[in-house]
Design a protein around this ligand. Structure first.
Ligand code: GLY
Length: 309
C-alpha cells in the first residue's frame, strides 16, 4: 500500500473583494472583520492541525464566516429586490472532483453544509430554490426564519439601491465568503457561499454555485474560491481556468490567478480569488482596492483587507 503523503497543511479564506480603502472603513468595522477572519481560520486550522481533511476544514471555516453578519453569506446575506434572502453555495473535494451546490435557498442557516449534503447524500450536483429548501429540511439541517437574516445594514443597502434606481452594488462590495485548504495528505478542497447581489431579481444566479466559475478543486492542480461580479466570473470560468492553467500550462498558483483576474478585468469585471495547491503554494489575486482575506498554516495566521498589506 502506498504511504500517505505528509505535506504542511494550509488554509486560505476570503470575506469578499470590493472598494474597501483604509480611509473609508470605520475602525470598528476593520477590527471586527479581522476578528471574524481569524475566527474562521481558527475553526479550519484546528481540523487541519489535528490531521483532519481539507474538506472538513473548508466547510467549518465557511460556516464561521456565514454566521458572521459582516459578510454577505448566510446570516449577513443581502436582500433581493423583493426584500428576501436567496443564498448560493458550493463545495468541492479535490480528491475525486465530487461537488455539491445550492442556489436560491432561503431558510438554511448554513448553506455551505447543504451544498455538502448535496455532494455526499444526493445523486446530484446542483439543487435550486424550493427544491433545495425542501432537501435541506429532509436532511434535518438547521433552519432559520427571516429574522435571522434581517441585518439592518443590509436593509439600508437595499433601500439605498431602490432610491437610486436599480444599480447593482454601487459600493462595489462583493462580500461573498470562501475557503480553500490543503491537508497533510496533500488533498485540496474549496468552499464558497454568498447572498449574491443586493437587489437581485428574476432568480438571478451568480458564479458562486456554479462549479468551475466560483469554486473548483482538483488534486492535480489547486483549490480555488472566487468573489466578485459573478456575471464576469461565469463568462471567464474563473475557478476552472486557474486550475487548467496550473495543470496544463505549468503555471504557478500566483501566475494563474493573476492572469485570470486580469482576464476578468479585461471583460469589465471586478473581484478576486484565493488559491492553494496540493504542494502548499497559496495565492490571492484581486483587482479591487481591497479583499477581506486570511491565511493559516502551522507557522501561524495573518489577515488583511487592503491592497497595500
Ligand atoms: N460572486 C457572487 C455573486 O456574483 O453572486
Amino acid at each position: 500500500m502506498p504511504t500517505p503523503r505528509s505535506v504542511p497543511w494550509k488554509l486560505v479564506v476570503h470575506g469578499g473583494a470590493g472598494a474597501m480603502k483604509r480611509d473609508s472603513v470605520p475602525l470598528e468595522e476593520d477590527r471586527s472583520a479581522r476578528a471574524a477572519l481569524h475566527a474562521a481560520l481558527d475553526a479550519g486550522a484546528a481540523i487541519l492541525a489535528a490531521g483532519g481533511s481539507a474538506l472538513d476544514a473548508v466547510e467549518q471555516a465557511a460556516r464561521s464566516l456565514e454566521d458572521d453578519p459582516h459578510f454577505n453569506a448566510g446570516r449577513g446575506s443581502v436582500f433581493t429586490f423583493e426584500g428576501k434572502n436567496e443564498m448560493d453555495a458550493s463545495i468541492m473535494d479535490g480528491r475525486d472532483r465530487n461537488a455539491g451546490a445550492v442556489s436560491g435557498v432561503s431558510a438554511t442557516r448554513n448553506p455551505i453544509s447543504l451544498a455538502r449534503r448535496v455532494m455526499e447524500q444526493s445523486p446530484h450536483v446542483l439543487l435550486s430554490r424550493e427544491g433545495a429548501d425542501q432537501y435541506s429540511i429532509d436532511q434535518n439541517l438547521d433552519q432559520a426564519g427571516p429574522e435571522h437574516f434581517a441585518i439592518p445594514e443590509r436593509r439600508r443597502q437595499l433601500e439605498e439601491l431602490r432610491a437610486h434606481g436599480n444599480e447593482f452594488d454601487a459600493a462595489l462590495k462583493y462580500g461573498t465568503i470562501g475557503a480553500v485548504a490543503v491537508d497533510c495528505e496533500g488533498h485540496v478542497a474549496a468552499a464558497t457561499s454568498t447572498g449574491g447581489l443586493t437587489g437581485k431579481r428574476w432568480g438571478r444566479i451568480g458564479d458562486t454555485p456554479l462549479i468551475g466559475s466560483g469554486t473548483y478543486a482538483d488534486d492535480r492542480a489547486a483549490a480555488v474560491s472566487a468573489t466578485g461580479a459573478g456575471e464576469f466570473f461565469i463568462r471567464a470560468a474563473v475557478a476552472h481556468e486557474i486550475c487548467a492553467r496550473i495543470r496544463m500550462c505549468g503555471e504557478t498558483a500566483r501566475e494563474a490567478a493573476d492572469r485570470v483576474i486580469d482576464d476578468v478585468g479585461s471583460l469589465g469585471g471586478r473581484g478576486g480569488v484565493i488559491v492553494v495547491t496540493p504542494a502548499g503554494e497559496a495565492a490571492f489575486a484581486f483587482n479591487t482596492p481591497g479583499m477581506y482575506r486570511g491565511i493559516a498554516s502551522a507557522e501561524g495566521a495573518m489577515v488583511a483587507i487592503y491592497d497595500d498589506e
